[in-house]
Design a protein around this ligand. Structure first.
Ligand SMILES: Nc1c(NC[C@H](O)[C@H](O)[C@H](O)CO)[nH]c(=O)[nH]c1=O
Ligand SMILES: CC(=O)[C@@H](O)COP(=O)(O)O
Length: 158
C-alpha cells in the first residue's frame, strides 16, 4: 500500500496508553529543512494532541539523515527517555548516494531500537522528488511526522 492509498495523518486511535508522563526525543535532520521542519511540527503537535507534556518533548538536530542513528542512540541510551522519533528526508539525486544513506539510516535506527529495547521510530521520507516530499510533509498524503509520533505512542502500549 502506498501513501497515496493511506493518508499518513489518519489513525485508528484505540487502546492508546497514557503518555502524560512519557518522555520523547525527536531527532531531526537539517538536510531539506523545509520538509523536516514540517515533519517535526507534525510529530510535536501529534504528541501534544494525544496527551504528552511540552516539557517532556526534547528536540535535537543532526546534520543529515545518515546521522540520525547516532543522534537517536544518544537519547535511546538515556533511561528517562521512553521513545525516540527520528525525522529526515532523503531525496534521490543523480547517484547511488541516496541508496546508501537510506539503507544506513534504516538499519542504524533499527539497531538502536533493538539494542536499547525501546521505540526508535523511522520517520524518514525517501522520495524521488521534492514534490513527493511536500506531499508527505503536510500535503495531500498527510504528514509523516504525524504518523511517526502516533507510531511511538502505539509502541509504548506494548
Ligand atoms: N542528500 C541528503 C543527505 N545527505 C547527507 C547525509 O545524510 C550525511 O549527512 C552526509 O553523508 C555526511 O555523513 N542527507 C539527507 O538527510 N537528505 C538528503 O537528501
Ligand atoms: C541523497 C543524496 O545524498 C543526494 O541528494 C546527493 O545527490 P547526488 O546523488 O546527485 O550527488
Amino acid at each position: 500500500m502506498s501513501s497515496a492509498d493511506k493518508n499518513l495523518s489518519e489513525f485508528v486511535a484505540n487502546n492508546l496508553p497514557d503518555i502524560s508522563n512519557k518522555k520523547f526525543a525527536i531527532v531531526v535532520s537539517e538536510w531539506n529543512e523545509t520538509i523536516t521542519g514540517a515533519l517535526y511540527e507534525g510529530a510535536y503537535n501529534t504528541l501534544l494532541a494525544y496527551g504528552a507534556k511540552e516539557e517532556n518533548i526534547i528536540k535535537a538536530e543532526v546534520p543529515g539523515s545518515f546521522e540520525l542513528s547516532l543522534g537517536s542512540q544518544k537519547f535511546a541510551q538515556k533511561e528517562e527517555i521512553d521513545a525516540v522519533i527520528a525525522l529526515g528526508c532523503v531525496i534521490q539525486g543523480e547517484t547511488k548516494h541516496f541508496d546508501f544513506i537510506c539503507m544506513a539510516v534504516a538499519n542504524g535506527i533499527t539497531e538502536v531500537s533493538l539494542k536499547y529495547n525501546k521505540p526508535v521510530i523511522f520517520g524518514v521520507l525517501t522520495p524521488n522528488t521534492m514534490q513527493q516530499a511536500l506531499d508527505r510533509a503536510g500535503g495531500i498524503h498527510g504528514n509523516k511526522g504525524d504518523e511517526a509520533a502516533f507510531t511511538a505512542i502505539k509502541m509504548l502500549a506494548i
